[in-house]
Write a protein that binds this ligand. Sequence first.
Ligand SMILES: Nc1ncnc2c1ncn2[C@@H]1O[C@H](COP(=O)(O)OP(=O)(O)OP(=O)(O)O)[C@@H](O)[C@H]1O
Length: 629
Amino acid sequence: MAEKKQFKAESKRLLDLMINSIYTHKEIFLRELISNASDATDKLYYKALTENISEINKSDLTIDLAFDKENRTLTVTDHGIGMNKEELEEHLGTIANSGSFKFKNETESDDIDIIGQFGVGFYSAFMVAKKVEVSSRAYGSDQGYTWVSEASDGYEIFETDNLPTGTTIKLYLKDNTEEENYDDYLDQYHIESLVKKYSDYVHYPIKMDVTTSKKKEDSDEYEDVVENKTLNSMVPLWKRNKKDIKDEEYNEFYKDKFNDFSDPMKVIHTSVEGNVSYDALLFIPSQPPMNFYSNDYEKGLQLYSRGVFIMDKASDLIPEHFRFVKGLVDSQDLSLNISREMLQHDRQLKVIADRIEKKIQSELTNMLKKDRETYEKFFKNFGLQLKFGIYQSYGMLKDKLQDLLLFYSGKEEKMITLKEYVENMKEGQTEIYFASGETKEKISHLPQVEAVRDRDCDVLYMMDNVDEFMIQMMRDYDSKAFKNVAQGDLNLDSEEEKKELEKINEDNKSLLESLKESLKDKVVDVKVSNRLKSHPVCLVSDQGVSFEMEKVLNAMPDGQDVKAGRILEINPNHDIFKAIQNVYQNNADKINDYASLLFDQALLIEGLSIEDPVAFSNKICELMIELNK
Ligand SMILES: Nc1ncnc2c1ncn2[C@@H]1O[C@H](COP(=O)(O)OP(=O)(O)OP(=O)(O)O)[C@@H](O)[C@H]1O
């Protein structure tokens, strides 16, 4: 029978690999050592609770940091469970042996937040230290031990007397190199900031002697004062009861953590229990960050696992259309990978991301219903992102986002939702009318808008570049198609009106054809239409690309020369029509000039540029002179 053998690891090389390839940032060693200290303290505290040991006082359970600039050492001390000789051998002498993982499995308690699981974090100390000294006395044991290692040549363990219960880890920092200044880890401010960044919510006080310069009493002189200061906040805001948190606390937290000067517009604080449990604290800023609509802006939420900071911008947690949301998620159910830098499986993350998306959506829907004023401010800032969401997903996000959209209503003269538009549609109206342009003023002066409004139908104003592209993706809302008032037939006329119009077109066929011919390929057609009320002419675009889309597409850096098909429409009830009929009958050689003038006017009304402004102006001049001869 074949003999089964165990793999042997070349520990030295494995350690080398570990130290140099798992972690991207050397500074995380402090997070790992503090997490270990917190785990050791948790274990002791758990023992005290379960075995009713009264001599253990929670207030004594601090984690103490100290640095010694002269000897270039940094120490992390805890008053936790400690390690005996065997444990030092087993846990620190064997890579990937996690006493914490075993402890967690054995206790099976949810009340205790053990962080360690892989059995490698401790070795990250060797990224910054040339020598590591661990002095420890296990709780209940009389003898203490010291474990020392310089990484490359194994380790030594020897007895040490008079050690208190718990563990002290002393790092002898590496010598500075050109790339790395290890002295940073002897700098009080740097240490403070690392604790804030990674270990702010470890639930034992992390203390250190901190020197500050203070003004002497009754004197203008300053002196250095040393205080033993707690560096971490311990209880995360998001773990506290919502009812006990004041608005100002949320606001201050947001401004401090997410570098904003203004209070957030909206705070969403949510805790979810279930297959994947998490707490989330989300904020909608009251103004878009300067770089929000640029490629520099990085979306994402901060990610914590059991209160320990994992990463700054977990972008998978927030969908693109809600990229304006800032905040954090803390979950104990994430499968972290060994370096805690990335997540191993994204299933849990996906579950959280889906829930967060739904939560934001429902909060926005609520805001729209209950606090319209704030919602309108929100939409002014971030509405564009929702529109891009629909456009970029080729309409797939339509159902999710369409009821969060607002458009300016020409009739109501305020922002309305699509639902509100449809509810107020005239009887018999089957389409949602919209018109595009740069500003409200320009749109309301468009001849095409007048005709629709005249029939008491509302027109939605599309003023963002993305609008028409988004509408194309949406196609309809509540089974009502969107209809550009400057495109194709509007179907506003009654049968009678249609017949009447057909007749005028028929009666003036040769005039219209001659106008079309004189404009050559500038237009696809010239028609008489009912679309106009007081204006003489207008341009409408053929189906397909509209004028607004033409402008946007041509303004793009790689814009090809896109052209919307132009139809020149003339108002049969305007005096200009009679004038043209006159010219055609009595002065046919002038018809070319009139055709070109009408066309250029229509272009100008539409906000499009005319081909030859000088010729246009000359023709007007001639006409003025002629009339006043
Ligand atoms: N300060 C300490 N007090 C008591 N035991 C400790 C201490 N530091 C480390 N240990 C023991 O050594 C083991 C290995 O620590 P290490 O940091 O390498 O891994 P871990 O914390 O278990 O897991 P992870 O790699 O996920 O951090 C721990 O599981 C724990 O049993």
